[in-house]
Design a protein around this ligand. Structure first.
Ligand code: IFM
Length: 448
């Protein structure tokens, strides 16, 4: 058995997102978002689930914060719903929305927990989608104005800000693969959406600096780790393309101010390109204080002509899988962290999400014995420790998620929480993994 100690100032936290936990879709002056529309469209979400009630955190946030306090976290990452602040996306501010997040933030601070706020975790006001959504540049202006209002309200109290959560999902998953709202299948549109979100990120960082807001700002990209099954040049290139689509396409502009040329060429061959206007790349590459990484899984794959978009086919090498079907490949987290450090230098890194979907429910003793989730966390904490020991500037880790919640197109069928949500009674029950993480945090380390 070995002992792994984490630095004393390592930030342990958990994460959630507004539409996934809040509910109260028609309360507090909130306007509709694209997820209200999408989830009400038959066939888009498993069982026709919606976020109308979700975990009802809008009303039960004090209970959630009490759970966080008992867990011992230093920080809590949550998102602000744009349509609660500006129900139509622009124009009149809804004071009730600001008041709600003000209460959440004050309660967290009172509990000794740092709020880490994500400005955009996918709930675009429907009114903006009706005007073209992220496919049009005016949405960038609307976003920066929304961010300014939120900075004015909470700047100083909130020390850590994240502009966007997972720009790959906002663009490709939602506008090319059609799996998330608004559900389009158009490669050029997805490229445009990705570019506009990146520009909106850069302009927001610039606004943050101009306003002199105290605190740190960054963005969160979801990385995917794809490794060639053999070292044949075809396999290597196919894995590089697939990885690049998820990783470099977003990391390079954010941290280097360029798009990776090998993918620019690849997308051009498919008739699509980023609609870059003069000055955009400098805007995107505003200096940020940290980079957020969401990480869940990795795979091996090989070249197969005309397979998928990148001629890349996954090879099954015998990984265990979580209940959502994602490979459990902890070492890929270490590899991804090393890659970020080697490629982008000394920028501080936070894992802003990592966790596992296992759908265990209560046992006859009323407890939730989610052993596989504990194993997943233990193995991933081990890889984080390894990364820190190898010099990677990893500063914190946010477990996804505090609660079982609305898992987008999977509805309530897939559970990622370390706290069990009973969707009928809305009671919360900490799972065994909650107590495991509580101990890790208390000791700032673990035995493996
Ligand atoms: O639930 C999501 C979250 O909203 C974004 N990152 C991945 C999680 C699990 O799918």
């Amino acid at each position: 058995m070995a002992r792994l100690d984490f630095p004393k100032d390592f930030v342990w936290g958990t994460a959630t997102a507004s539409y996934q936990i809040e509910g109260a879709a028609n309360e507090g002056g909130r306007g509709p978002s694209i997820w209200d529309t999408f989830s009400r469209t038959p066939g888009k979400v498993v069982n026709g689930d919606t976020g109308d009630v979700a975990c009802d955190s809008y009303h039960r946030y004090e209970e959630d914060i009490a759970l966080l306090k008992k867990l011992g976290v230093k920080a809590y990452r949550f998102s602000i719903a744009w349509p609660r602040i500006l129900p139509q996306g622009t124009g009149e501010v809804n004071q009730e929305g600001l008041d709600y997040y003000g209460r959440v933030i004050d309660k967290l601070i009172e509990a000794g927990i740092e709020p880490c706020v994500t400005l955009y975790h996918w709930d675009l006001p429907q009114a903006l989608q009706d005007q073209g959504g992220w496919g049009v540049r005016s949405t960038i202006d609307a976003f920066v104005r929304y961010a300014e209002i939120v900075f004015q309200a909470f700047g100083g109290k909130v020390k850590q800000w994240i502009t966007f959560n997972e720009t790959w999902c906002i663009s490709f998953l939602s506008n090319y693969l059609g799996i998330h709202a608004p559900g389009h299948r158009d490669l050029q549109l997805a490229m445009t959406v990705a570019h506009h979100c990146l520009v909106a990120h850069g302009r927001t960082v610039r606004k943050f600096r101009e306003m002199g807001v105290k605190g740190e700002i960054g963005t969160t990209h979801n990385l995917a780790w794809c490794e060639p099954y053999t070292d044949s040049p075809e396999d290597v290139a196919a894995a590089q393309r697939t990885r690049g689509w998820n990783n470099e396409w977003f990391m390079d502009p954010t941290l280097k101010g360029t798009y990776p040329q090998f993918l620019v060429d690849w997308f051009k061959s498919k008739g699509a390109e980023a609609p870059i206007q003069p000055g955009d790349m400098e805007t995107i590459a505003q200096k940020i204080d940290f980079i957020g990484i969401n990480f869940y899984t990795g795979n091996y794959g090989r070249y197969r002509k005309d397979f998928g978009d990148f001629d890349y086919e996954e090879v099954q090498v015998g990984f265990d899988r979580t209940d959502i079907g994602w490979n459990v490949y902890p070492e890929s987290l270490f590899k991804a962290l090393k890659w970020v450090h080697d490629t982008y230098g000394e920028i501080p890194i936070y894992i802003t999400e990592n966790g596992a979907c296992y759908n265990d429910g209560p046992s006859p003793d009323g407890k939730i014995h989610d052993e596989k989730r504990i194993d997943y966390y233990r193995m991933h904490f081990t890889q984080c420790h390894r990364a820190i020991a190898s010099g990677v500037p990893l500063k914190g880790y946010f477990a996804w998620s505090l609660l079982d919640n609305f898992e987008w197109a999977e509805g309530y069928a897939m559970r990622f929480g370390i706290v069990y949500t009973n969707y009928e009674t809305l009671t919360r029950t900490p799972k065994d993994s909650y107590y495991f993480i509580q101990k890790v945090i208390a000791e700032s380390g673990l035995d493996v």
